[in-house]
Design a protein around this ligand. Structure first.
Ligand code: SF4
Length: 457
């Protein structure tokens, strides 16, 4: 592209779903002939994709907008915090435009107004997105620009959510569930595979609800019929021979159907199940999906079908009304369920969430004390579970080379949120990012595994 192309700076904050929104906006910018630049002073205008999930994310987003205004001056704001424009304008009256999540049209209109495109995309030849490998600009043919490393990609299967968890404002920001047709998702996955992606991370707000809104509409892909539902999608993705990882799955009975696909090696034996609590009383106050399901029984049954299964979850401690008894039920649950990977957060109110009106707020010092007890127990469980892997051989995907080490992940580790496998002789074996290798596990701590490239028998 010419040095005279208009230049856009981009700041992407928030969760993987927001990252996918950023990828779509950046793809459109590139298709229209904008250059994406990595510093404020080189940019003609800056887009900030914000997060508004909890107060710390709101503050981080407001700080990012402030920094972009101070450094560049021309700032377009989009994303979840865009649903609260008065808050943004109060802090930063100079922003050029504000739009909410997935509102790609508004972002592009704001960019066009601030910085007209150099060519007319309707009459000029569109720049062809390049295949990865030719020039490493993150573009994949037929899919667009990816912000993740070349070897893995997020696959967003739906937008929005039909639940109304009392601590969450996502449905008010992203709307009700809208599922993408299963053939469209499978075609995107196929193109990602052809572009060099080795691992797909399936994301949504509620993966187990996929297709409910379209009554599980059947579609055709590769001459076979697939319903727009999680199990059929997983079956189709399993045909691609990639690592496929399911995130944001709730413990509904029909999730049982996907576990045999894990046992057969079609998709990874990994489930990210955000449980948030284990006390039925608190789950009811939280208005959690599948709150009435017997979580522990279900998890134990999954493990019977697929003993290799890794379960990741997140929990909130100190939710309004949580008693010592509720909290101990939570500790008993994580002890019995032996969850492999767990994140925990002290409850923090989100502006606009229904949970703010609940009585019996838990004092801050009690929240912190419970969080510490929770994390201590989980660290022990996690360390014991990882210790059981010492002596085994695990298939690992390489993420990076760091000196003599190769840093990778096993089937039980999602990027960014879980642990790593550190391969001491990785550089000596000339391992490269994206490569699969068998590793003999020699040691473990509470997060990570350590090993050596396994000899081929
Ligand atoms: S399932 Fe609950 S927490 Fe998750 S997005 Fe929907 S409302 Fe929010």
């Amino acid at each position: 592209m010419s040095a005279k192309n208009p230049k856009v700076g981009f700041v992407s904050l928030g969760c993987p779903k927001a990252l996918v929104d950023s990828e779509r906006i950046l793809t459109q910018l590139k298709v229209e002939g904008y250059d994406i630049v990595g510093s404020y002073d080189k940019a003609d205008v800056v887009v900030v994709n914000t997060c508004g999930f909890i107060e710390s994310a709101v503050n981080e987003s407001l700080d990012a907008i402030g920094e972009a205004i101070a450094e560049n001056g021309k700032v377009i704001v989009t994303g979840c915090l865009g649903k609260r424009p008065e808050e943004i304008r109060a802090a930063h009256p100079g922003v050029l435009s504000i739009s909410g999540p997935q509102d790609y049209t508004s972002v592009m209109s704001a960019v066009h107004a601030a910085l007209p495109p150099k060519h007319d995309p309707f009459t000029d030849l569109l720049p062809t997105p390049r295949k990865r490998g030719k020039k490493d600009d993150g573009m994949i043919e037929g899919v667009g620009l990816k912000l993740t490393p070349k070897h893995y990609a997020y696959l967003k299967i739906s937008e929005g959510c039909n639940h109304r968890c009392s601590f969450c404002i996502i449905p008010s920001m992203r709307g009700d569930l809208v599922s993408r047709p299963v053939d469209e998702v499978l075609r995107e996955a196929e193109k990602l595979a052809m572009g060099g992606v080795k691992e797909l991370l399936v994301i949504s707000q509620d993966t187990s609800a996929y297709g409910v809104d379209v009554k599980y509409a059947p579609k055709t892909w590769r001459d076979r019929e697939y319903q727009t539902r999680m199990t059929d999608l997983a079956r189709g993705l399993g045909e691609l021979g990639l690592w496929t990882r399911l995130h944001y799955v709730y413990p509904y009975p029909h999730v049982d159907d996907v576990i045999p696909l894990m046992a057969e090696g079609k998709i990874l034996p990994y489930l990210d199940v955000p449980l948030q609590h284990a006390s039925p009383r608190i789950l009811k106050l939280m208005k959690r999906p599948a709150a009435a399901e017997k979580q522990l029984e279900r998890i134990l049954r999954w493990r019977e079908i697929c003993p290799e299964l890794t379960i990741r979850s997140t929990f909130i401690v100190g939710f309004p009304g949580e008693t010592e008894d509720d909290f101990e039920q939570l500790l008993d649950f994580i002890d019995a369920a032996e969850l492999d990977r767990v994140g925990a957060f002290p409850y923090s109110p989100v502006t606009g969430a229904k949970a703010n009106d609940l009585p019996d707020a838990v004092p801050e010092d009690v929240k912190q004390e419970r969080l510490a007890r929770f994390m201590e127990l989980q660290a022990q469980i996690s360390a014991e579970k990882l210790e059981r892997k010492v002596g085994t051989v695990q298939q690992v995907i390489i993420d990076a080379i760091d000196g003599d080490l190769a840093i990778g992940r096993s089937k039980g580790d999602a990027p960014e949120i879980d642990g790593t496998v550190q391969i001491q002789d990785g550089a000596a074996h000339k391992l490269k990012p994206g490569q699969f290798v068998d590793v003999r596990i020699m040691g473990a701590d509470e997060h990570d595994l350590f090993g050596l490239v396994a000899d081929k028998d």
